[in-house]
Design a protein around this ligand. Sequence first.
Ligand SMILES: [Zn+2]
Length: 410
Amino acid sequence: MGIHVKNYLLRTSVVVAAASVMLSACGGAAPVGTTTASAGLYEFDEQAAAVARAESLGHACVFDGVEVRYDFPQARVDGCEQREDGTIVVMTGPENQPINPSPWYAFQVVAAEPQTVALEVLALERGRARYNPKVSTDGASWQDIEHSKSDHSIYFSLDVGPQPVWVAGQEMFGNDDYWQWVDGLAREYELRRFTIGYSAQGRQMPALVSYGSGDEWLVLIGRQHPPELTGAMAMRAFVEEMLSEGAEFLDRYNVLIAPNLNPDGVALGNWRHSTGGLDLNRDWFDRSQPEIAAVHTYLQQIVAEGGDLVYGVDFHSTWRNVYYTMPVDYVARESTFSQEWLQRLGAAVPYEVEEQASAAPGRGIFKQYMADEYGVHSVTYEVGDETDRGEIDTTARAAARVLMQYMLER
Ligand SMILES: [Zn+2]
């Protein structure tokens, strides 16, 4: 399998070259004005967006008139090869190691003549085949692809032609999509939209605040792990339901919405980490990564100004739907908050609601940080990779409604 090593090294050098282009484009223009709770509204930074788009220009592999492109944000290809039987092998490698083996991939396929191509997505290093392939002709609506899997590879065939088709491990939703989404919500619901911080590579992290009449806050965060798109779907549905149906709740509570905490990882198609090479959801105590430090600074500012952080929800994806909570006896304040909310959710949806409570003192997970730093409960809201998309939406909307009911009764 020496071909993989050769191509992987080749692509690594291309990535390094792209990174140096980005650094020079950012030269001397270090981000300033990290936002605090009382700072003003930031406008979308066109220059930063252009840098993000320019970072992966000109990446493609071509075999017998079939082109595999990975020249767009969220794309992830770390080498290609063609087997003797004609199968095009598209490789994805981890951004660094050790890492949770969840290989993300996203690319386009285009061919001069219409044809059916055999494709294999191969996870390099210790990657395990995880995300089932999806196809799109517009980058917006997606369909599952019939496929088979081995330990490291996913196999399928695809009808291609002159119009590029997207192939990805999940329905893509990128940095620009987040800005459009928060801009739309800010306009529709008259929310404060701002940049809560900057990533290691200088990308803006979008945030929204809905201000209530009191000092109590609900904190919603997402996308610490770039490929976890089903968690991102749940967060979007949850937030939209809260804003559209939660007038009474929003009169009372302040809500911080920070949906995209790892914009570098999203842009680069990382498997899991920040460009600092770390799992952001292990960094909440060290705060060595600027993405986490920025959110921490904002939360500290809320508290310094007399705010009371009441609860937090952190959206993720894993193999199945599960809610990771803190044990009732770990946090004394409103010790059964998560249990009561999730019981109500279980009664509201025709799906199983599984809760698992555990503490990991010293491990920099958001819910552990909320418990130890602020003395409150919170939840890691995990959505299965292949959970039915309608179920994700229904459950997330019900979760928002019953959480608001529960919090209004406190
Ligand atoms: Zn995660």
